[in-house]
Design a binder for this molecule. Sequence first.
Ligand code: UDX
Length: 433
Amino acid sequence: MKITVIGAGYVGLITATCFADLGNEVLCVEKIESNVHKLQKGISHIYEQGLTEILQKNLEEGRIRFTTDMEEAVKFSEIIFICVGTPQSDDGKADLSQVEDVSRQIAQYLNGYKLIVEKSTVPVNTHQWVKKTIARYAHEKSEFDVASNPEFLREGVAIHDFMNPDRIVVGVESEKARTIFEKLYLPFTNEGHPLLITNPAAAELIKHASNSFLAMKISYINMISALCEKVGVDVNMVAQGIGLDNRVGEKFLNAGIGYGGSCFPKDVQAFIKIAEDHGLEFGLLKETEKINAFQRRAFLDKIEDIMWINKDKNIAVWGLAFKPDTDDIREAPAIDVVRELEANGANLSLYDQEAMTNFKNIFPESKRIKYFEDKYQALKDADALLIITEWDEFKQADLKKVKELMRLPIIIDGRNIFEPSDMGEFEYYSMGR
Ligand code: UDX
């Protein structure tokens, strides 16, 4: 099928390249011209495992093209995915101005039936606004549908998640739209991936409800970890014990410094506001946020309890990205940790295999802040090593070499990547154990 994707950010670029890889002919329109030029040359401005390969393959085979021309993009196909940003505004609500803007532009260039699809995460009932806006600004009265098809892509493994979805959720208002989606997602339903077809409002709500539930699950195990520290129980043992109940499930029960990223913090805030806008107090999610903030505070307090004075201490930090396999540092716990330790006068040696470039935009190299291309170099004369992101390379570190390089053998593990029983040579501290 022919498909138009509006926006070449995390969601749009993955959606466009994956649909092309499935044999569709895709035109992806993006307003940042420099990114369009790079993408046309097969260079991605986003770090995702496997993205460059499938981008280049589909460019060569002529199944994907990038443009800045909205008119061409709207007229190119009858199915148009809106994948523009819906960032958090100051009051916590989702900023929908980009969705409104592209809706107006779509209206201007309608040339026959269109299925306009919200893929960006939007508050429930946004589809009604998109419909109203297109009807208001349409130059010609042409038939169109608005649908919701939320994404469930985890950063770092987004292509895997697109190609192996637990489920595909679409919210439609017409048989015509239903038929189009059934055809588009046939490669997935043929492989047994469930396609849940509902109405647009339910589909919009499923996205916020799903992400918020995952964030809540993380805060739940982090609350348990705080209690475990008080009563001398290993939280990982508790996580294992409850996770074996298939109604709980073992995933997303890793206690630690808490969640970050561009989705959970934003989606939880937005969901709380959506509830409030409908006169409901979503206390459960407010508590989810409070526990998440508490975990970072608890980690910083732990450092102080262990180090006594942080001023002039040499502290190495392994991990700056908000999670492994990405260069993204949005809402990353490392930001709060580095900011406070720098303010306390510590000398910081930072390492992350992907996220240092982005981190330098917030914390440039200085007298107190140094970056290292090699994780062991960051350990020289260190009085403590903090683990903030659970990259595999840290789990496989040569602990003998770690001990030799450090001035004091103190490891404070914010992601519980080591087993206490293996850490006899160190003063080893972790979360909830
Ligand atoms: C999330 C959702 O998983 C995805 O479905 C949605 O589309 C976008 O938001 P993402 O934010 O990329 O994806 O990362 P994810 O792997 O979900 O982790 C989110 C945060 O939770 C990270 O900071 C991670 O460190 C943290 N986390 C995750 C935990 O602290 N404990 C866990 O057990 C799992």
